[in-house]
Every structure is written in structure tokens, then in C-alpha cells.
Ligand binder design. Structure first.
Ligand code: CP
Length: 311
């Protein structure tokens, strides 16, 4: 098959075949990242603007590295150093950037739907690097890539996602992605952090972390998204950690060879004990490493994929 989407806005509208095609494409790019000369000419002459209205370490850096390793010209704009601080709207900012003829804008924004909004108004491709509490598609794809790397076929695996589900775009993209690939998705977190209707998305919802991780193949822990919470949703971090933190003791409830994932940034001693964060079962740095290959695949496919060779 071939798959050359104009935009990557979320996982919800992708098919399982399209997701697997992206992961297979990422697989073919992965070895470039360990070569002595980490550069191929695939996107030579293409311009990519990374437009980040929210903080980021992993996503922005790896989109930039991905673009550079494919020989694209990459430009980074963060809201704090742009004319957004002078009152310019998102649409005006984006139209001004588009006037400089970028091929792709990779955007992170605090508003859910901001990437869809731009995709309807601009001619260039938009790649969603996280929009509000809506979607974070490249994160879910790198998570699936990492699970596939460690577990083989995702179909039939039990994947538990635990934490601040209500405020997480990572969880929404992961629920879509893992369900499409045939995993059994379990969700847990404090009642105040579980939105209604999760069962309708095809998840099994648990009120208790220990029940949710019993027999799991993969455990994905989430950070509390303080920046998106309007009010305090838990009595204290110590209590949160006691009931929803993963530690050496409760990790034994999962399968012996279970892997622990986290999108980062981690809060040590809150959702993960330091021993789990540094332990043998965690694959967090594999996720980060795989993020570059997955983002190379996304940029390549959005830019035209195999058609690039005809240009
Ligand atoms: N996982 C993730 O999106 O991390 P950053 O916020 O550092 O990009």
C-alpha cells in the first residue's frame, strides 16, 4: 500500500493498515539514527516550521532532529519568543509563516482542535504535535512502535494506562491506536481524573491501580497535568503516589516480562518510584529513541513519500 496524507491531525481517523504502514516506514528509517553520518537527502529542499505554543523537550527536539536527518530545512518558533506575546492571533501568525512557503508546519497548542483549525485554513501540511487534551498522534505512534519492538504483535496484548486520563491527549491518541491494533486497553486513575464515557471508546475502566495492572503486558503511566487542571483534583501528591503510583511491589502484579512506558516528562516519586523509573522493565528511553524514527516517517509520508523520488 501507499499512504501520503496531507496532514497528520490525530489517530482517530487513521485505519489499522495506515498505522502499521507508518510504523513499518519508521522501522526502515530507524537505522539512519545510529549511522556515523546521520543524514539522508530525502527531504532536501523542503522547509519545516516547528511552531510550539507550549513547552516541550522530547517532541520538539525529535521533530527537529527528524527533519534535519532527512535534510529538510527546519525552523523552530516558540510562542514566548514570537509576536504572539504582542497579541497576534494563531491564524495571523500561521498565515504569516505560510507566506514564507514552508512545506510542513508541526504545531503544538494548548487549544484542542487548533491543528484542525489551521489545516482548514492553510495550504501547507499540518502535523499535530499535541493539541490541548485532544490528540498527540506522534506520541501514540512511537508508543505503539516501542510496544511492537518489545512484544511483537500488539494484537491481544493487555495495555494498562494509569493516571490523569481526563487531561491527557496522549491517552486519547493511545486508546484509538491500541484499539485499532487489537490490544485490550485498561484505564485507571483517581475518580476525579477519569472522564465519563471511556467504556464507549472500547476501554475497560478500573478504579484501582492494582486490579488494572494485574496480568498486564504493558503499563503506561501518565503524569498529573497540573497545567491543565482548573482546580485541585487530589488531596495530596503523597496520597496520589500511594494509590496510583507504580513501584517495585505493585509492578509484580503485572506479567513477569511486562514493560513500563511513560510519555515523559516523568515526575519521580509521584506516578513512578525512582526504582521503577530506572529499572529493567522500563522502556522510556526506547520510546524517546523511537520517537525520532516515527517522526521521520511522518514527515516523509506527509511530504509525499515515494512520490518524492519523482520530483
Ligand atoms: N511526551 C511529550 O510530549 O514530551 P514533551 O512535552 O517534552 O514534548
Amino acid at each position: 500500500m501507499s499512504f501520503n496524507p496531507k496532514h497528520i491531525l490525530g489517530i482517530k481517523n487513521l485505519t489499522a493498515d495506515e498505522i502499521n504502514f507508518i510504523l513499518d516506514t519508521a522501522d526502515s528509517f530507524k537505522e539512519i539514527n545510529t549511522r556515523q553520518i546521520k543524514k539522508v537527502p530525502t527531504l532536501r529542499g523542503k522547509t519545516i516550521v516547528n511552531l510550539f505554543f507550549e513547552a516541550s523537550t522530547r517532541t520538539r527536539t525529535s521533530f527537529e532532529i527528524a527533519g534535519k536527518r532527512l535534510s529538510a530545512d527546519t525552523v523552530n518558533i516558540s510562542a514566548s519568543s514570537s509576536s504572539v506575546v504582542k497579541g497576534e492571533t494563531l491564524e495571523d501568525t500561521a498565515q504569516n509563516i505560510e507566506a514564507m512557503h514552508p512545506d510542513i508546519i508541526v504545531m503544538r497548542h494548548s487549544a484542542s482542535g487548533a491543528c484542525d483549525y489551521l489545516a482548514e485554513r492553510l495550504n501547507c501540511s499540518i502535523v499535530n504535535a499535541g493539541d490541548g487534551t485532544h490528540e498527540h498522534p506522534s506520541q501514540a505512534l512511537l508508543d505503539a512502535f516501542t510496544i511492537r519492538q518489545h512484544k511483537g504483535d500488539i494484537k491481544g496484548l493487555t495495555v494498562t494506562i494509569a493516571g490523569d486520563v481526563a487531561h491527557s491527549r496522549v491517552v486519547r491518541s493511545n486508546i484509538h491506536c491500541l484499539n485499532k491494533l487489537g490490544a485490550n486497553v485498561r484505564i485507571t486513575g483517581p475518580k476525579t481524573m477519569l472522564p465519563p464515557g471511556l467504556e464507549k471508546l472500547g476501554c475497560e475502566v478500573f478504579s484501582n491501580l492494582n486490579d488494572a495492572i494485574t496480568g498486564a503486558d504493558c503499563i503506561m503511566m501518565l503524569r498529573i497535568q497540573h497545567e491543565r487542571q482548573g482546580k485541585t483534583l487530589i488531596p495530596s501528591l503523597r496520597e496520589y503516589s500511594r494509590f496510583f503510583g507504580l513501584n517495585d511491589e505493585n509492578l509484580k502484579l503485572a506479567k513477569k516480562d511486562a514493560i513500563v512506558l511513560h510519555p515523559g516528562p516523568i515526575n519521580r516519586g509521584v506516578e513512578l518510584s525512582s526504582s521503577v523509573a530506572d529499572g529493567k522493565q522500563n522502556v522510556i528511553l526506547d520510546q524517546v529513541e523511537n520517537g525520532v524514527a516515527v517522526r521521520m516517517a511522518l514527515l516523509y509520508l506527509v511530504a509525499g513519500g515515494e512520490k518524492l523520488q519523482d520530483e
